[in-house]
Design a protein around this ligand. Structure first.
Ligand SMILES: Cc1cc2nc3c(=O)[nH]c(=O)nc-3n(C[C@H](O)[C@H](O)[C@H](O)COP(=O)(O)OP(=O)(O)OC[C@H]3O[C@@H](n4cnc5c(N)ncnc54)[C@H](O)[C@@H]3O)c2cc1C
Length: 353
């Protein structure tokens, strides 16, 4: 049994796994294909995180520092896994930097990618500059510190959030029927941020139903409405168009509470994006023969094992958004659990089925 672990992916889940393993004094290799650690929240400059309203650097900075300073953890940036041979206890892994590693266990934490909103052509993304994604709104806040209409740089008078773009959508086929889990709560937070900074801007949230699950219900559903005057409209969006007469967008929808079609002028429309498995997740799943959901292609835990970080391949553990939509705190817990399982496995403990 090789006494070392490979962690693939340096996002919240992989960082947490590597930090746990390093803390347990297990020799750990952390391979990240991007040029820095932190996963999507750091690589893509998220602004403020649900649920604690902290900055990505506040949440993930300590993980990055610990992983980088722990002598048990060796980090490879700009690197991917090319080939894997052997089996649990004795894997041989070829990296894209030419190095070959011998490891006893592997933690897969290769994460997700965003739904491409161009696949929902009727929403006008890529056609009208004032239709943006919720990721672009995060970046507007974090990189530029202000809200504006990309078409003319002016402050919008009305902003609409459209929930569930690429989530819970059977029109896209079977691949995107899952809920993204973070979207309703993040939209509540972004809507409050807009109203707090620009009280003159009206904000509307168009939803199928609101899934601010668990303790997120009050701070990210009721508070936006009761304290910040955000308006929630239960409606299905039929189309987003542009009116050259007034230079504003038109959100055409059916209000499913009053059961009437409506068309509201908007200055900025924010599409709340769903999550899909990343290319890295799909590639690594194939390299390691991991079980994937046949429709979404997210990696699935082993059958009939109660532990969600145990995969169908002995010695391989799975954590975070490579398994489906998940929030950052749960990704961190998941990474820790996968790290502990990998360490137990090296010590000969029975992990899994
Ligand atoms: C717009 C948006 C805003 C969000 N805001 C919040 C929020 O406020 N709060 C919250 O809790 N959640 C939020 N989320 C969800 C959050 O992004 C995820 O929970 C989290 O990023 C999952 O962490 P992860 O480590 O599993 O995956 P990722 O963050 O995707 O990290 C995976 C890492 O693996 C690397 N990788 C991929 N393939 C390979 C490979 N083959 N080899 C090596 N490395 C590889 C990637 O480069 C990446 O660094 C948001 C999501 C979106 C889309």
């Amino acid at each position: 049994m090789e006494q070392s672990v490979l962690v693939i992916g340096g996002g919240p889940a992989g960082l947490s796994a590597a930090r746990t393993l390093g803390g347990l004094e297990v020799k750990t290799y952390l391979v990240e294909k991007a040029q820095k650690l932190g996963g999507r929240p750091i690589l893509e400059d998220y602004h403020t995180l649900i649920p604690r309203k902290m900055k990505p650097s506040q949440v993930l900075g300590p993980f990055i520092e610990e992983v980088q300073s722990n002598p048990n953890v060796e980090v490879f940036l700009n690197t991917e896994v090319e080939e894997v041979s052997g089996s649990g206890g004795n894997f041989s892994v070829k990296l894209s930097n030419g190095k070959t590693l011998k490891v006893g266990a592997i933690v897969v934490a290769t994460g997700f990618t965003h739904f491409d909103p161009k696949r929902k052509g009727e929403l006008g993304f890529g056609i009208y500059p004032d239709v943006i994604t919720n990721l672009q709104l995060e970046q507007m806040f974090s990189r530029e510190g202000k809200l504006y209409r990309p078409s003319n740089g002016e402050l919008p008078k009305r902003v609409a959030f459209v929930f569930c773009v690429g989530s819970r959508d059977r029109q896209l086929g079977v691949t995107n029927v899952h809920c993204c889990r973070y979207g309703c709560a993040l939209s509540g937070l972004q809507a409050m941020e807009i109203r707090q900074k620009y009280p003159e801007v009206d904000v509307f949230c168009y939803y199928m139903d609101v899934r601010t699950y668990g303790t997120w219900e009050y701070p990210f559903y009721w508070e936006p409405q009761e304290k910040f005057g955000v308006r929630y409209v239960r409606g299905r969006i039929a189309e987003i168009t542009y009116s050259p007469q007034d230079g504003r967008l038109r959100v055409k929808h059916e209000d499913t509470i009053v059961q009437r079609p409506a068309e509201i002028p908007m200055d900025l429309v924010v599409l709340v994006l769903g999550m899909e498995p990343s290319e890295g997740t799909k590639k690594v799943a194939k390299l390691l023969n991991l079980k994937q959901n046949p429709d979404s292609l997210f990696i699935e835990p082993a059958d009939e094992v109660g532990d969600p970080t145990v995969s169908n391949v002995e010695g391989v553990f799975i954590a975070g958004a490579c398994k489906g939509p998940i929030d950052i705190e749960s990704s961190i817990s998941d990474g820790r659990s996968a790290g502990v399982n990998a360490a137990l496995y090296l010590r000969g403990a029975k992990v899994g089925a």
